[in-house]
Design a protein around this ligand. Structure first.
Ligand SMILES: Nc1nc2c(ncn2[C@@H]2O[C@H](COP(=O)(O)OP(=O)(O)OP(=O)(O)O)[C@@H](O)[C@H]2O)c(=O)[nH]1
Length: 709
């Protein structure tokens, strides 16, 4: 029985940069966090790659010939992903599968497919990786081509999961038998269900003393309606029963349904694209029908761009060049199109000659018609921040860094923004806060660009009086408060949305211990949530991982996007897990809370907030500003206000300071030195009217977000 009823994850995104071309050190993406000197050229920089303790030569020694991969019939191809909650052992299982199929030697580097330094440093997978494995099945005597796509677990990167699943017919649903089903187990299960994939349930970590395989099976039955008898118990770490997983993939995952016949027209789904400084755009593709060969002229159906195929390959796991990619292969394509911006993830690649034929002579039976493949949704930024240089002089440096980094991370949206307080900068959209955090880190570490980031805002929809449709507002300063308030007397446009502000909502899934339910309900109520479900996931004994409760809440995205996850962890000592999916928009009483210093509004400190919370946040902000702002030579008044109504106020009394006061007797050069030092210090100050605010104050204030709690 499906305890979640109609719950479906629509997730926040799909997106970008894909499988690595690992022998080439210049592969890109958005996540390499290794320190390196700022780039000199305007070319995007190569993504750093983690060092490996299995040498390239050792891996290459294991590589089979391209023909071994190409001759496997479509009926013997299996495309599958491993999906699971974070840390349930996906990458470890991928390692074992690579070893069993002899793609890598045993006992090599752990988590082989987590190639990026940030993944290895943080111990998380943030990017899906694909690998083609050959497996000789002793039971049937046949050789199978297994295309495995390892996926990340963190909610911010769920678009990666969704995108990977678009190329699969099956998914290994991996559950840590000691922890049982967690929030992302549920989210990823429904992503797989949406795509109608065959699910192979696997209970991992059976070597652990707390493992409860039976309880895990009961949970799978009660939550997903999966027959517990289908569960494959394994220890990915020790290697116990991992070959049974291979058998289950072969038996339970159907072969891809594409057309591999000689007359089939090429259709390949573009899963990903990253920039390689030597070779240009490297696209990761799943060939569904037909064949693509070196020298073919291909067309991207959505963008209309045409280019010539220069190189084709498979990841095995290191790149293996092939002369062609036939239906059922998941590999990479390098074309004469070097501009990664021209590539649209989710696009369908076809042969130009087939396309032209389809335009000129449509046959009566429709066989000439080329239809694009069913793609996945595009990445949708849900958290926006203004990014400003620490000093005005650094704007050009920041501009160049943002341009280069977004080239390798197309899911980040940017537009220029000018703040009266912080000067020129950018408004950037991210998939979530972890995504934003990684972007800031890369700006700093790879480009030496330090930023002041404004408090995160979600995208609101605003219908102004007299307008028939909503506009998106992702910055407090974009909201025209005056215009919005002039609804009186303006007739509503027929068929239009009601005038006002709507906020994005999410459906959150929380899995927790029974004892923590009270604290979580309290948190969700404080965050303006509405309960949708409260289900016990107990096993028959009601013990171990069976002592779990599944809660579902509808919450405003703005209440979740900042510190909800941290708050949840601290209230449950880290035991609760959480995931969310977009759930449309809802009209809400959102106001702009302005912060004024000596009567002047500081645009960078304004925020959009629910009216009920404005008072509390306003109070918190003025109190914090009072602590942070240095005293000036005059009294400073700090106010928080909604429109004309001041909700909170504080003041800082005057402080008399003359930089030369004690130095009248000083010689001229020392005086000048002191004045220069003061001038340099001022470079790192922002002026609001006559009040000077040090950058640290902005950074300190803004990093805490606008909630003010
Ligand atoms: N005892 C035990 N530990 C395991 C097993 N499989 C994985 N682990 C450990 O669990 C931790 C997480 O494993 P990963 O393979 O990184 O998990 P993941 O699901 O890929 O993690 P993310 O990529 O961050 O989502 C690591 O410390 C592994 O060593 C297992 O079978 N038994």
């Amino acid at each position: 029985m499906d305890a979640l009823g109609t719950h479906r994850r629509s997730h926040l995104d799909p997106w970008r940069a894909g499988t690595s071309v690992a022998f080439d050190p210049s592969r890109l993406g958005w996540r390499g966090l290794a320190k390196k000197a700022p780039p000199r050229s305007s070319e995007p920089q190569a993504e750093p790659r983690a060092s490996t303790d299995v040498t390239e030569r050792e891996i290459l020694a294991h590589q089979r010939s391209p023909d071994d991969y190409l001759r496997v019939p479509l009926a013997n191809v299996r495309n599958f992903s491993i999906v699971a909650h974070v840390d349930h052992g996906k990458s470890t299982l991928a390692d074992r599968l690579l070893e069993i199929t002899e793609a890598i030697p045993p006992g090599g580097r752990k988590q082989y497919l987590d190639r990026l330094p940030v993944e290895r440093a943080r111990g998380i997978t943030v990017k899906a990786q694909s690998v083609s494995l050959l497996h000789a099945d002793e039971r049937t005597g046949e050789t199978y081509l297994l295309n495995l796509i390892d996926t990340p677990g963190h909610a911010d990167f769920s678009f990666e999961v969704s995108r990977s699943l678009a190329a699969c017919q099956g998914a290994l649903l991996l559950v840590d038998a000691a922890q049982g089903i967690q929030a992302q187990t549920i989210a990823t299960f429904f992503l797989a269900m949406e795509r109608d994939l065959a699910i192979v349930p696997v209970a991992n970590k059976i070597d652990s003393v707390n493992a409860d395989v039976e309880g895990t099976g009961e949970q799978l039955e009660s939550v997903f309606g999966i027959d517990a008898k289908e569960l494959v118990p394994i220890s990915a770490k020790v290697g116990t029963n991992v070959d049974a997983v291979l058998g289950a993939i072969i038996d339970r995952v159907p072969a891809p349904g594409g057309d591999a016949s000689v007359n089939a027209k090429l259709r390949a789904l573009m899963l990903d694209c990253h920039y390689d400084s030597y070779r240009g755009a490297v696209a990761s593709v799943s060939v569904v029908d037909g064949v693509v060969k070196i020298g073919d002229k291909v067309r991207s159906m959505r963008t209309g761009q045409t280019s010539e195929v220069l190189e084709l390959g498979l990841m095995t796991p290191e790149p293996l060049r092939v002369r062609e990619l036939t239906a059922g292969r998941v590999g990479y394509v390098i074309t004469s199109q070097r501009d990664v911006r021209a590539a649209k993830i989710g696009d369908t690649l076809v042969l130009e000659r087939d396309y032209q034929k389809s335009l000129s002579a449509v046959s009566t039976d429709g066989s000439d018609v080329l239809t694009p493949l069913n793609a996945f949704r595009e990445a949708k930024p849900m958290v926006f921040q203004g990014l400003f240089p620490q000093t005005g002089d650094d704007y050009e440096k920041l501009k160049a860094a943002v341009e280069r980094l977004t080239l390798n991370d197309p899911s980040v949206t940017t537009q220029t923004e000018t703040s009266a307080a912080l000067g020129p900068g950018f408004r950037c959209g991210f998939l979530g806060l972890l995504h934003a955090d990684v972007f800031h880190q890369r700006l700093k570490e790879e480009f030496g660009a330090e930023v002041i980031a404004t408090a995160p805002t979600v995208p609101y929809r605003v219908v102004y009086p007299g307008e028939s449709s909503a506009v998106s507002v992702s910055s407090p300063m974009q909201l025209d408060v005056e215009r919005l308030s002039q609804s009186h007397g303006v007739p509503r446009v027929e068929g239009s949305d009601p005038v006002g502000i709507s906020e994005p909502m999410v459906d959150a899934t929380i899995v927790c211990k029974n004892e923590h339910v009270g604290k979580i309900v309290e948190l969700c109520v404080d965050r303006r949530g509405t309960q949708l479900e409260h289900t016990h996931m107990s096993n028959s004994a009601g013990t171990g991982s069976g002592d779990r409760v599944l809660l579902r809440y509808r919450l405003p995205m703005g209440e979740v996007a900042t510190d909800f996850s941290d708050e949840l962890k601290s209230r449950t000592s880290g035991y609760a897990t959480f995931d969310y999916e977009e759930s449309g928009y809802q009209q809400s009483d959102i106001v702009r809370l302005d912060v004024l210093i000596n009567g002047q509004s500081v645009d960078a400190l304004a925020g959009l907030i629910h009216r009920d919370k404005a008072q509390r946040s306003g109070k918190a902000w003025v109190t914090r500003l009072k602590e942070i702002l240095p005293r000036q030579l005059f009294e400073v008044k700090i106010q928080a206000a909604v429109g004309q109504k001041v909700l909170a106020r504080e003041s800082i009394s005057a402080y008399k300071k003359d930089v030369l006061a004690n130095y009248y007797a000083m010689d001229k050069s020392r005086k000048q030195k002191l004045l220069n030092k003061q001038k340099k210090g001022k470079k790192y100050m922002k002026s609001v009217g006559s009040v000077e605010i040090p950058n640290e104050a902005f950074a300190g204030l803004l990093s805490k977000g606008f909630k003010g709690d």
